[in-house]
Write a protein that binds this ligand. Structure first.
Ligand SMILES: Nc1ncnc2c1ncn2[C@@H]1O[C@H](COP(=O)(O)OP(=O)(O)O)[C@@H](O)[C@H]1O
Ligand SMILES: [Mg+2]
Length: 326
């Protein structure tokens, strides 16, 4: 039966053996997830989590140690699937003396495109990634960001059904990051599936239909961002304006507030108070007002994807430290 998942990995294991020291690195310890058609799927994990290894295995660039993977319905490695997908490696390497137009022409030839198709597509893509002004320059004159854009254009030259991007926002400034995010959304709107990795939470959270959090070679969570985070309120944040103490310094009531709160910090002359979930907020507000505090805002706090991500990263650090100590 045909597999309609665009990407599927089942208990994928990859162990690297370093040749001389005979050390084994278990980069992937049983990775399972699937990407559906038309999805933007964000693969989020800290450095060393196994993102690039997973992608390299999917692209047929490294040998799988255990488990299995399919891409566009074909078991990897698959030459047929490779024709129908676009790939941006983590550190794309290009011939220094080519121009971006020549690079894309070369890419188009590798996919067997006609001359007319190659030139038409290259022209559109160069404009789309904002390199029209740099057509005459050799790639070796390009900045990191411009090379990244060239790589993105190259990944799209065969008009792929699936685009696999390894850290596509890396080396870009905030404007460049936003442009890549917009491009990914545009690809999805054109009916393509996008699988991309990043260690930057906000890039993943903003555009992904679904995400997988990978830490320590294992998938910790998979799902829609809003389904992954807990919905019970974690507590309440209260911002107070408090008149200064008699000597012009910290008002005496701050000590009492600290005793009632989870956290207290000062920003722009206001107190930002974190109350735990069980605390009676009305009671706290009455107390603060009783000490001439003016309530600026009251906001319930919910778990964010960042809270979850940090929890997973911390847990893995603790496991690593325990393993090293035993
Ligand atoms: N060629 C290799 N040989 C040995 N170990 C490797 C190799 N490539 C990656 N690793 C190790 O595998 C783990 C996962 O790396 P990687 O997949 O590059 O992570 P990420 O892309 O999430 O930063 C890391 O511990 C890394 O050091
Ligand atoms: Mg990587």
């Amino acid at each position: 039966m045909a597999d309609d998942a665009i990407i599927r990995t089942t208990d994928l294991v990859k162990t690297y053996r370093t040749p001389f020291r005979r050390k084994r690195v278990e980069a992937l310890k049983g990775v399972s997830f699937e990407v559906g058609k038309g999805e933007v799927f964000g693969f989020l994990g800290p450095n060393g989590a196994g993102k690039t290894t997973t992608i390299r295995c999917l692209m047929g660039l490294c040998q799988i140690t255990g488990g299995s993977a399919t891409i566009l319905g074909q078991p990897v490695p698959s030459r047929a699937a490779r024709q129908r997908l676009g790939f941006l490696p983590e550190q794309p390497y290009f011939y220094d003396y080519l121009t971006v137009g020549e690079l894309l022409d070369l890419g188009g030839r590798l996919f067997g495109l006609s001359h007319a198709e190659r030139t038409g597509r290259a022209d559109r893509l160069i404009k789309r990634v904002g390199l029209d002004h740099a057509r005459g320059q050799a790639l070796k004159k390009f900045s990191k960001g411009m090379l990244q854009r060239s790589g993105l254009a190259m990944a799209l030259i065969n008009d792929p059904e699936l685009v696999v991007l390894d850290e596509p926002m890396s080396g870009l400034d905030p404007v460049g990051r936003k442009e890549v995010r917009d491009l990914i959304l545009e690809l999805r709107d054109a009916g393509k599936s996008v699988f991309f990795s990043s260690h930057i939470l906000s890039d993943v959270e903003q555009i992904s239909d679904r995400v997988a959090i990978v830490v320590g070679g294992k998938i910790q969570d998979v799902g829609r961002p809003r389904d992954l985070v807990g919905h019970a309120p974690l507590g309440t944040e209260v911002v107070l304006a408090i008149p200064p103490g008699d000597d012009g310094g910290v008002p005496a009531v701050v000590a009492d507030i600290k005793a009632r709160a989870d956290s207290v910090r000062v920003a722009h002359g206001e107190l930002i108070v974190g109350l735990a979930a069980g605390v009676d907020v009305d009671d706290f507000l009455a107390f603060a007002r009783g000490h001439h505090g003016k309530v600026v805002s009251v906001t319930p706090r919910h778990e964010t994807l960042e809270d979850l991500f940090m929890r997973r990263v911390e847990a893995e650090r603790t496991r690593g430290a325990q393993k090293a100590a035993s």
